[in-house]
Design a binder for this molecule. Structure first.
Ligand SMILES: NC(=O)c1ccc[n+]([C@@H]2O[C@H](COP(=O)([O-])OP(=O)(O)OC[C@H]3O[C@@H](n4cnc5c(N)ncnc54)[C@H](OP(=O)(O)O)[C@@H]3O)[C@@H](O)[C@H]2O)c1
Length: 313
């Protein structure tokens, strides 16, 4: 468990915050943006194993939070096909326990889910009322987590997002930069389309919404609790995303840009099937909270610039 930090101002009004999974891409950004807004207890896998129900329950009781931000998840999409039990323990059972403990304390639980709850077969962006039909174990386990949190009720927010990346962690952007340095040619899937979304923008939007709720701007929980899609704007294929990365980040790859060949999913078989169209509509988020994340291109610019700055230091 990392250190507990206290805000110097109006401690009575500041919620006690528990951040679960603070070593992950999103958890790291959440810890940074919520810092100073109240006492924070932030935990990683080393201090609490979410696959252990007793540890998870004890964590919440010990932390006694007013706000739980659950950024932890089993995110290894392909490995989940052969580790289904573990994926369900972390992505479905642990969120149920967090929701149960949150309800007992009247705390707000913020939980994250995925575009992979959908089968990708709809040509338009998916809305929250569309029927999920996951193609893989990861998506099914995340859907079970959503359903457990919704069933528990109380003060909860579920943000479904997609193609998460940022300046840290395991993600497509950093993989492309590494491959771009190592290879002259790359073949990249061009028929899966989604909205790349940065961990930074997710943390910002979460912070804005939670702060608004805390300030009473969105009314009673019955008016705002629920499921929302939350992604950057626009859409692109993995191949298009890679090309956008390469054109912006040549200097991070020693000045060279690899030649990219678009390929269909059928030429890049993986253990887990993935949806072809996983673009999510963010209309509900905008109409309820007045929040719209920037386009994926603008968000990408910010991350590339921060990596360039880091490389120069
Ligand atoms: N990444 C994506 O492309 C993507 C897309 C759509 C939705 N999402 C959702 O967005 C949220 C944030 O994802 P992310 O990209 O930030 O994930 P991430 O970088 O993989 O971070 C997840 C964190 O959860 C931790 N964790 C895994 N198993 C655990 C366990 N048994 N006990 C405690 N902690 C455990 C991981 O620890 P270790 O590092 O030690 O494994 C890691 O720090 C998740 O709900 C995810 O499902 C992600």
């Amino acid at each position: 468990m990392s250190q507990m930090t206290s805000s110097p101002s109006s401690p009575a009004a500041s919620p006690r915050i528990l951040i679960v999974g603070n070593a992950g891409q999103l958890g790291r950004e959440l810890e940074s943006i919520f810092a100073g807004g109240g006492p924070i207890i932030a935990v990683d896998r080393e201090s609490v194993d979410l696959a252990d129900a007793d540890q998870t329950r004890a964590l919440v009781r010990r932390a006694a939070p007013d706000l739980i931000l659950n950024a932890a998840a089993y995110t290894a999409v392909d490995r989940a096909e052969s580790e289904s039990e573990l994926a369900y323990a972390i992505n479905a059972h642990a969120p149920r326990i967090l929701a149960e403990e949150a309800l007992k304390r009247d705390a707000l639980l913020v939980h994250y889910s995925t575009d992979y709850v959908f089968d990708g077969g709809k040509p338009e962006p998916w809305v929250e009322t569309d029927s999920p039909n996951p193609l893989n174990v990861y998506g099914a386990s995340k859907l079970a987590g959503e359903q457990a949190v919704e069933k528990m009720g109380g003060k909860f927010l579920i943000f479904r997002t997609s193609w998460v990346y940022g300046p840290h962690g395991n993600n497509f952007l950093l993989t492309m930069l590494r491959l771009g340095r190592e290879r002259d040619r790359l073949s990249i899937v061009d028929d899966q389309v989604g909205a790349p979304t940065t961990s930074i923008e997710l943390a910002r939007a979460t912070h804005q919404i939670v702060t608004g709720i805390h300030a009473g701007r969105f009314g009673a929980p019955s008016e705002w609790a629920g499921l929302y899609h939350m992604t950057c704007g626009g859409s692109v294929s993995w191949c298009g995303f890679a090309q956008a990365i390469f054109t912006r980040a040549a200097e991070l790859m020693g000045g060279k840009i690899p030649q990219v060949t678009p390929i269909p999913t059928s030429e890049y078989p993986t253990p887990a099937r993935r949806p072809l169209n996983s673009v999510l509509s963010n209309d509900r988020l905008l109409s309820r909270f007045g929040i719209q994340l920037p386009t994926w291109e603008i968000a990408l610019d910010e991350v590339v610039q921060s990596l360039q700055k880091r490389a120069q230091e």
